[in-house]
Each structure stands twice: as structure tokens, then as C-alpha cells.
Design a protein around this ligand. Structure first.
Ligand code: ARG
Length: 267
């Protein structure tokens, strides 16, 4: 072979390799080079995890989502739905995943995939100042409000009884807190950090809250995906990396002003 032919074949080989490289696009860390934009569902009545600010959905969950999607190499768009519609949309695979302070529990694990935990939570009771509630059991005979279809509903039903007459179920957490404010109900059971945030942001609301670790168990939030989704492993890997490399702690500190207890979510 003369040297021109050799040079030509080297160039051709390089071109072939380059072509392979771009069809197997690993630049985005996504093995099949699939550039599809993921559909992410949320329910944005859950400050500080998912809420509206200046016409946009923001929150701790949205920042974790951004980091995980960047790590996994996916573009995504967020669709804001009602809680129930969000769950259905993932179940029917209209959405690729959902993030909205969603607790990992067995019932959901039967119908969905859930990622590994990214946040530890428990429940608190929010009630008008001076009502004298000191434990979860104290709400047994009160008019209690919860968001329908949440673990707060389950926690309240453990105390009041399933579908108890004195339990009102609202479509959103915001509606439950508004009912408390207007005096329709006497207590709300909701996720602890959401209760903290509500009280911090509404100093004039004249409400207080209690924590009761004996009554309310600890639980963990995860990313919700359709059952047996191909994305579950990728999402878990990306989440693990984001936790390991410190991006998680950075986001956590931005939102909560303290360092996260990484052990609690990775144990
Ligand atoms: N963590 C609770 C649950 O999973 C409540 C979540 C409510 N989230 C929301 N975006 N409204 O049931």
C-alpha cells in the first residue's frame, strides 16, 4: 500500500469511529444515547419540596431532580398535576417519573417503582395556638384534616379509625391548612417539614405544632416511576452519585440551612 492509501484508510477509519461515537452517544452518560425528553410529574402544593414561585415549580425536590437528571444525562419537562392525577399519570406511564415529597411505602411499591430514599420525614400535627394538643393521640376526638391519599391520611386513620366521621380528606395539603385556618377543622396531620415551613411563613396564623415520634413513624421520600421502568436503575445510580459527590448536601444546605444526615438516607 502506498503512503497515500495508508493515509486515506486512516482517515476513513477515523471517520467510521467518529460516526460510531455519535450514534452511541455516551456524552450524556446515557448508554443508549436516547435523547428523549422525560416527562416529570409533580404536585406543587407542598412547600418547600414542590411549590409555585413566579409561575414556576420550584423546591427542594425540583433541585434534586435537576441534579439527578443532569447526572443521568436526560432533558426533562415538569408537568404540574393534582396529587391523584400525578399518581395515575405515572401508573399509566404518561409520565416517566414523579417527585413531590412522595413517601416510599409497601402499598406504592406494589404498583410502582420507587427510587432509593432522598429524604427522611415524619408527621406533625398543626393546630390553633392554645388548643393543648401534646401527643398524636390527643387528636382522636377532634375534627382532623389531611390530604387524601397520603401517608398523613394513613397516620390520622390509625388514631381516628378508617374513614372516621371526624376526619376530612382534602385534595391538597394547602386546602387542609386553609380549612384549619378558617376553623372548619381543629388539626391537620402533615409531613413535618411542610408543617415547619407553613408555620414559619405564616407567623400571623396563630397555629402551633407538635411532633410525636411514638405515634408517627419515620418515613422516606423517593422518586416515583412506573412499575419495572427501564429508568429506575439509571435514576438510582444518578441519585447515588449526586449524594456521594456532595451535590445533594449543597442543595440540602441551601434549602434547610443545615447539613443533611446522609446516613439516614443511605443506610
Ligand atoms: N409524603 C406524603 C405521602 O407521600 C405526602 C406527600 C404529599 N405531596 C404533595 N405534593 N402533596 O403520602
Amino acid at each position: 500500500m502506498n503512503k497515500w492509501l495508508t493515509a486515506l484508510s486512516v482517515i476513513l477509519l477515523a471517520m467510521v469511529l467518529a460516526a460510531c461515537g455519535s450514534s452511541d452517544n455516551t456524552e450524556n452518560g446515557n448508554a443508549d444515547g436516547d435523547q428523549k425528553t422525560l416527562k416529570v410529574a409533580t404536585e406543587s402544593n407542598f412547600m418547600p419540596f414542590s411549590y409555585q414561585s413566579k409561575g414556576e415549580v420550584v423546591g427542594f425536590d425540583m433541585d434534586i431532580l435537576e441534579a439527578v437528571m443532569a447526572e443521568a444525562g436526560y432533558e426533562y419537562e415538569v408537568e404540574n398535576l393534582s396529587w391523584e392525577a400525578m399518581l395515575i399519570s405515572v401508573e399509566q406511564q404518561d409520565s416517566d417519573l414523579a417527585m413531590a415529597g412522595i413517601t416510599i411505602n409497601e402499598k406504592r411499591q406494589e404498583m410502582y417503582d420507587l427510587s432509593s430514599p432522598y429524604f427522611e420525614s415524619t408527621h406533625k400535627v398543626v393546630f390553633p395556638e392554645g388548643e393543648g394538643i401534646t401527643s398524636g393521640e390527643d387528636i382522636k376526638d377532634l375534627k382532623v384534616g389531611v390530604q387524601a391519599g397520603t401517608t398523613g391520611e394513613e397516620a390520622a386513620e390509625k388514631i381516628l379509625g378508617k374513614n372516621a366521621n371526624n376526619l376530612s380528606k382534602y385534595d391538597s395539603n394547602t386546602l387542609a391548612l386553609m380549612a384549619l385556618q378558617s376553623g372548619d377543622i381543629e388539626a391537620v396531620v402533615t409531613d413535618n417539614v411542610v408543617a415547619d415551613e407553613y408555620i414559619a411563613n405564616n407567623p400571623d396564623a396563630a397555629v402551633e405544632m407538635i411532633e410525636d415520634p411514638e405515634t408517627f413513624e419515620s418515613e422516606f421520600y423517593g422518586i416515583l416511576l412506573p412499575k419495572d421502568s427501564e429508568l429506575t436503575d439509571e435514576v438510582n445510580e444518578a441519585l447515588a452519585t449526586v449524594i456521594e459527590d456532595g451535590r445533594y448536601a449543597e442543595i440540602y444546605e441551601e434549602w434547610f440551612g443545615v447539613e443533611p444526615n446522609i446516613e439516614a438516607i443511605t443506610q
